[in-house]
Write a protein that binds this ligand. Sequence first.
Ligand code: SAJ
Length: 422
Amino acid sequence: MKIERISVIGLGYIGLPTAAMFASRKLEVIGVDVNERAVDTINRGEIHIVEPDLDMVVQAAVKEGYLRATTTPEPADAFLIAVPTPFEGKNHQPDLRFIEAACQSIAPMLAPGNLVILESTSPVGATEKMSGWLAAARPDLSFPQDAGEESDVRIAHCPERVLPGKVMQELISNDRVIGGMTPICSAHAVALYKLFVRGECVVASSPRAAEMAKLTENSFRDVNIAFANELSMICDDLDINVWELISLANRHPRVNILQPGPGVGGHCIAVDPWFIVSSSPERAKLIRVAREVNDAKPAWVLEKINAAVSGFLIDHPEKAAHEVSIACYGLAFKADIDDLRESPALRIVREVVGTHPGRTMVVEPNVDIIPSDLNCGTLVGQAEAERSADVHVLLVDHSQFKNMERPRKGEIVDARGVWRER
Ligand code: SAJ
């Protein structure tokens, strides 16, 4: 199969870097997105998301004519689908409507010999569904579920596994799991990724195994973070410093506990385990409880903030609650990024702003302006927060906060163990 033209459907945190990577290898890449503003931004050689080094690669690829964006799909040799897969409702059922819409939009463009890859993190069975939707839309073409190795269109699942903040590095260096619907589908997908992947392209026995592998990776991390978060609450009851405890336990050669925090944020680890739970609700007990433990952590941090405010008022009987100022350090969902999506820190700050009668300040070195509809206090510099706050709440372990002195005056709530370590 000769691949000269690649179409990437969905130009978000995964699709755009992937499109840019193929374009940097001098392939013609057509990026497709429903968001016209994103399309216009990319066609100007700019980016609408923040990811280190992505801007340079996109700028060069657009300037040299290898990458362009559009809202309407065009024919290509390979189609990569990188659209969101959220969950819906109280039962956290996976919502595949964006994959289905992507299938409807590319189906008229498909031709014999095409390769269609699902990159979006998906529940087990989604790739087979995707192939079914494409087959229903194109009865004139054959698909692997009916024609096996002889199919006109090849289908594979190749889940993205890159870490936000290190996407451009990890796209190249990480191993890739490739789950084709037939061995030929896998072989074609391997050939495609080998155009830029230096890690190994490992072929899974089926798309289902590849889907489950991705969900398992993120669930593994979620369960481990839940263990750390549960320990942090137990240690607090027992008056033990959990960060000291973890560093002691991690001296064992076969123990490697992750770090507690204010909860698990982002759009992956807090979502993907639910796909396993919804596929096997009776069996997935540990995975469900881990999600619940991590989701409950922001409420526990809020209790600590309320206790700190009460403590401050006891020590300063001359003050009323509305005269107490709180500084929250960090809004992003994790260290050294500007991404506020599904951020436990943001959730905590908004709750503080909504309930605390005094001033709430926010220090977030990675953000210039906080959108006013987020209702999360006033953005201030670190020096002002340190100088004027009565209660200091550390929510994100940004490098800037790790390098600062622990605030000298006022109460401290340190959800990341950054200041306590000193
Ligand atoms: N966190 C902790 N304690 C820790 C580690 C993380 O509280 O010890 C928190 C972070 O602060 C953050 C959340 O967990 O709120 C998730 O952060 P992360 O860095 O663990 O992961 P993500 O969501 O940025 O990216 C994950 C990665 N998965 C794994 O490491 C197994 C990445 O490789 C995936 O590609 C990505 O999910 C994805 O897109 O699925």
